[in-house]
Design a protein around this ligand. Sequence first.
Ligand code: ADP
Ligand code: MG
Length: 338
Amino acid sequence: MKKVFIVSSVALLTIIGVILIVYLRRTPVIYKEKEAFVMGTRLRVFLASRKFSPESLDENVIEEFRRIDAKFDPYREGSAIYKLNHSNGWVKVDKETFNLVETAVRYCYTTGGAFDPTLGRLIYLWGFAKFDERKSFKVPSEEEIRRALERSGCKKVEFNDKEFMINTNGVWIDLGGIAKGYALERAYALIKNLDPDATGFIDIGGEIRIVGPKYGRAPWVIGVKNPRGPGAIDYIYLTKGAVATSGDYERYFIVNGVRYHHILNPKDGYSARGAESVTVIADDGVTADVYSTAGFVMARDWRYVLVHFPEIGVQVMMVLDNGKIVKSDGFEYYEKSR
Ligand code: ADP
Ligand code: MG
């Protein structure tokens, strides 16, 4: 009798335990949101974890963004890129700097030069180098642009991958079109290392890396900003991957009715024309960042972009400069919740 009692008690407790675990797994996780100002914009970390307090993950992420910002800001005296840009000949750099600059230059080749991380001198000339000083914006003379263009170009940059040395041959590296995506990927890896089951997203100035679905398989809903007014022009649903938008409406100034903004066309040294915004969805933050900038520069060839970006797993939506919206075929997949 006693034995039966013990056995049934153990069975009962086991059943209660199992039910409890199943119940806990099903209840939506609790999200914590944390904000910081970094890379000249707003960083939002929105995470849930059963293993760590989301606060501790947030702190790690914010710290990593600050580290990357300080290290790769080309106009901050003493940063790794500042040193590289202000030295002559071959320069020994640390592995991380070598890899990121090499990756950026590789994207320059694979985008036919549209994504160009060697435009530092031009970006500086236009006054887009500083995040806080709107006063610094100015339209340079044609002569100044010509000279800065002469000292730009990916083909000038040489690498020695055995000794981690770079020779910029006088160009200034500017990783503004890839740094946010890189930081997002680093932060994502950091979170997943600490807790593979963590969910949520990280948002750096509208560029978003999904860490995991909202709960179960529920997607995050992301609005695509109207480039010429308030509100959203579209919504996309993501459970993984990343989305980035490059636009002419965040950092710009207007002179004599002409809008000048911070994405430059490497061919002529002026602000790229043809689009108001370009949004891309990709598997990771680096790809999303690079291709939103590249797509923006290639906007006049939007038909080419719509066909060829999907071949490398990048879906794209473009708001052209006449207000018309065009999308790659696969983009539609993300416009529905499933
Ligand atoms: P945001 O940083 O506003 O999200 P992007 O990702 O498009 O926008 O990056 C723009 C930044 O990239 C500029 O501020 C500049 O530092 C750099 N940049 C400008 N033109 C180019 C270009 N053609 N290729 C690569 N980087 C560029
Ligand atoms: Mg970009």
